[in-house]
Design a protein around this ligand. Structure first.
Ligand code: PXG
Length: 456
């Protein structure tokens, strides 16, 4: 039997995929990725793909860095595991926490580690409620998130997020979580200017605080740029107004930096790019460039000191500050820093990529092409002028486009009828040229199909 078929059959027999219609996948067989180097993946048939998604928005330094494997092996030999419960610590946790505090905004100097972004957001939910309880305000426990935000897949993460389809499964959201509108001008701004719309959507936060009462609202959580929701870059008016509101009412601000952190927007954090002053930042993904699972909550001095009088915070994971994960993350941060990768995105790669990507808006299928740092999206539409949606269910054209993209050797994701991109931060100009060439061919093929099937 062909090895790919064997892999696919065994995969279908025993492996359940995340976020997948299992019956449909088993019928078709999964794509089997066997190795990767730099910005390229190779599948079990030897076909190469330019990885326009950096794995799942995480492989910032690119694949195949031997230093990362060497550090992991060294740390496994020296101290493969020990916990940081029971008044114990170890050198990799200390070194990584110190390095993160150096990189984070000046008022954020403390880190609690987790294994995934979802876990870190569970930490954040419990921490902000605990913070207010220690301040003598236990009823101040409502957390406000946004529609179409993504904060993970655990019970708290999915509740904080605003994905309707996720809320329908498993009885979510949990109590005392509320959602306001997202700053997605292209899809929802109607005849407002982006600036007016950004302001209006930010002011929904103020309306929510006044509606529930400032004595009930604990925190607001948001991604600086929504990633999984479709790379939604807020209008310039949005974040300054959010910051004004959280400052005015003294509400805690949680910036979910799981995607935006560690260079994705051309700065160490999306909070730097948008001039946000968070009380807590969620980090994961780019912290280790996906080489090993690790995440965390970076906590401001205000929240840290606010919690201290409360005694023990009954929270933590077996793998909080895992020594191998900490050592690998620290090596990743060394590479990002010493190879000047973040500044290079800001000054060179992002401007080049942005120019080339935005030119895709000329394509008859594309209503808007947007990019910040190295994360971008294309809005596919049957009518650019009216910013119309395709008839019928969303995502049919997006899915066609994704299939063509993979066949053309480019990993580009779809979210409904948006195409999204988030390549490794080490992508070169010639690789960007290749990405654009394959994306253009993909759009052409999708356009032909959409016309043929009467979708436009
Ligand atoms: N916050 C944000 C902003 C994320 O993007 C999480 C939290 C959760 O992290 P973990 O490590 O628990 O997955 C994420 C994760 C997609 C996709 O389809 C995006 C994520 C995860 C899975 C799929 O774009 N982001």
């Amino acid at each position: 039997m062909n090895q790919t078929v064997e892999f696919q059959q065994l995969d279908a027999a025993h492996h359940i995929h995340p976020f997948t219609d299992t019956a449909a996948l088993n019928e078709k067989g999964a794509r089997v990725i066997t190795k990767a180097k730099g910005c390229f993946l190779t599948d079990s048939n030897g076909k190469e793909y330019l990885d326009g998604m950096a794995g799942l928005w995480c492989v910032n330094i690119g694949y195949g860095r031997d230093e990362m494997a060497d550090v992991a092996a060294r740390q496994m030999r020296e101290l493969p595991y020990y916990n940081t419960f029971f008044q114990t610590t170890h050198p990799p946790a200390i070194a990584l926490a110190k390095r993160i505090a150096e990189l984070a905004p000046a008022h954020m100097n403390h880190v609690l580690f987790a294994g995934s972004g979802s876990e870190a957001n569970d930490t954040n939910l419990r921490m902000v409620r605990h913070y207010w309880a220690v301040q003598g305000k236990p009823e101040k426990n409502i957390i406000i998130g946004r529609n179409n935000a993504y904060h993970g897949s655990t019970v708290a993460g999915a509740s904080l997020g605003g994905m309707g389809a996720m809320h329908k499964q498993g009885g979510l959201p949990i109590p005392d979580i509320q959602h306001i509108g997202q700053p997605h001008w292209w899809a929802e701004g109607e005849d407002m200017t982006p600036a007016e719309f950004g302001l209006a959507r930010a002011q929904e936060l103020e309306q929510a605080i006044l509606h529930y009462g400032v004595d009930r609202v604990a925190a607001f959580i948001a991604e600086p740029i929504q990633g999984a929701g479709g790379v939604i870059i807020p209008p310039e008016s949005y974040w300054p107004e959010i910051q004004r509101i959280v400052d005015h009412y003294g509400i805690l601000l949680i910036a979910d930096e799981v995607i935006c952190g560690f260079g994705r927007t051309g700065n160490w954090f999306g909070s730097n790019t948008f001039n946000i002053r968070p009380d807590i930042m969620t980090i994961a993904k780019g912290l280790s460039s996906g080489y090993i699972p690790i995440a965390g909550s970076i906590v401001s001095d205000r929240v840290y000191e606010g919690i201290l009088p409360g005694g023990e915070f009954y929270h933590g994971y077996t793998y909080s500050s895992h020594p191998v994960a900490c050592a690998v993350a620290l090596e990743n941060l060394r590479i990002l820093d010493e190879e000047n990768i973040v500044a290079n995105v800001r000054e060179k790669t992002s401007p080049y990529m942005t120019t080339r990507w935005k030119a895709l808006a000329e394509h008859p299928l594309v209503g808007e092409a947007r990019m910040c740092g190295l994360m971008g999206a294309l809005e596919l539409t049957p009518n650019k002028a009216s910013r119309a949606k395709f008839e019928g269910e969303a995502g049919v054209v997006g899915l066609m486009c994704r299939e063509h993209s993979f066949n053309n050797g480019l990993v580009m994701r779809h979210v409904g009828d948006k195409m999204i991109i988030s390549p490794p931060l080490v992508i070169s100009e010639s690789e960007i040229d290749l990405l654009i060439e394959r994306a253009t061919k993909t759009l052409d093929m999708t356009y032909t199909d959409a016309k043929k099937t009467g979708l436009m």
